[in-house]
Ligand binder design. Structure first.
Ligand code: C2E
Ligand code: MG
Ligand code: MG
Ligand code: MG
Length: 277
């Protein structure tokens, strides 16, 4: 059908490979959740002034024994299609809650998939993991994307409000990349907007990119939201964003995602440096 009306297509063997490949991948993912193949890495976020680390984002990593590293976006897509997303989401929370004991002074951001967030069992599952791990919700920020707001705004607002009651912070990830517009923003209890990396990439590349960032920062300020820029790769971007009033940043210019023990070691050496200065 995709080829258009009246066009007859021969069966494409690549399509079969795709379906089989996806089935195999979801079976492998089910096993990976039970074994040690999955990992969480943590990317430090920094304050625009002086660049001290003032937060981290937890990012899923899967090293497949045959296919090698698989992008978390692909992992999440496979998981959402095969119903593994709930198990995977639980695994992510459990691991992030446990690992973050190594940096109790930093807020750890955890990403939620739209399918995971919409599930009627989501809040109960999360509450159970909080109880099991003894995590303090105030030290975690749950990131959702505009996708969760598109289908049922009222339901999304209620769920976000529940998360806030439990004590979590909630942020809107990849802001501006979706199709949700921004009229909904003042009905949502967000604490933070994360400016999508594409806007930062456009700086000095696309006419008007500076103005767009000024507008997003202005919008966040008007609504009393804090703001983070993601994907900062150059000092030029850093300086522009800082002058624009964006106080928290995340990007390869500062730190790449790393395993939990590497983050703990990094913080120890930064502390030593500071003490000896
Ligand atoms: P995200 O939540 O927007 O996470 C930020 C992504 O930007 C990460 O990609 C990070 O490695 C990358 N990044 C950070 N700084 C830079 C930079 O300076 N330049 C470039 N080019 N990239 C930068 P990653 O780890 O590949 O994750 C991709 C996406 O997968 C995430 O985007 C998030 O949507 C999703 N994801 C990752 N982990 C999880 C998870 O545990 N659960 C769910 N549901 N989604 C996850
Ligand atoms: Mg995120
Ligand atoms: Mg993001
Ligand atoms: Mg992003």
């Amino acid at each position: 059908k995709a080829a258009g009306r009246g066009v007859v297509c021969a069966f494409d063997p690549a399509m079969e490979r795709d379906v089989l490949g996806a089935q195999r991948l979801s079976r492998d993912l089910a096993l990976a959740i039970e074994s040690d193949e999955l990992a969480m890495h943590y990317q430090p976020l920094v304050c625009a002034d002086g660049l001290p680390i003032n937060g981290v984002e937890a990012l899923l990593r899967w090293h497949h024994p045959v296919r090698g590293w698989i992008s978390p976006l692909d992992v999440i897509e496979v998981a959402e299609k095969s119903d593994l997303i709930h198990k995977l989401g639980d695994w992510v929370f459990r691991r992030a809650f446990t690992d973050s004991r190594q940096w109790p002074d930093l807020v750890t951001a955890v990403n939620l998939s739209p399918v995971q967030f919409r599930s009627p069992t989501f809040l109960d599952r999360l509450a159970r993991i909080v109880a099991e791990t003894g995590a303090d919700p105030a030290m975690f920020e749950l990131e959702v994307t505009e996708t969760v707001l598109i289908t049922d705004l009222g339901e999304a607002a209620r769920k976000l409000a529940r998360l806030k009651e439990i004590g979590f912070r909630v942020s809107l990830d990849d802001f501006g990349s979706g199709h949700a517009g921004f009229g909904y923003l003042n009905q949502m209890p967000f604490d933070k907007l994360k400016i999508d990396r594409s806007f930062i990439e456009n700086l000095r590349v696309k006419a008007g990119a500076e103005g767009v960032i000024h507008s997003i920062v202005g919008l966040a300020q008007a609504l009393g939201l804090s703001i983070t820029a993601e994907g900062v790769e150059s000092t030029e971007q850093h300086l522009f964003l800082k002058q624009a009033g964006c106080m928290q940043m995340q990007g390869f210019l500062f730190h790449r995602p790393m395993p939990a023990d590497a983050l703990a070691a990094l913080r120890n050496s930064l502390r030593l440096l500071q003490e000896s200065a």
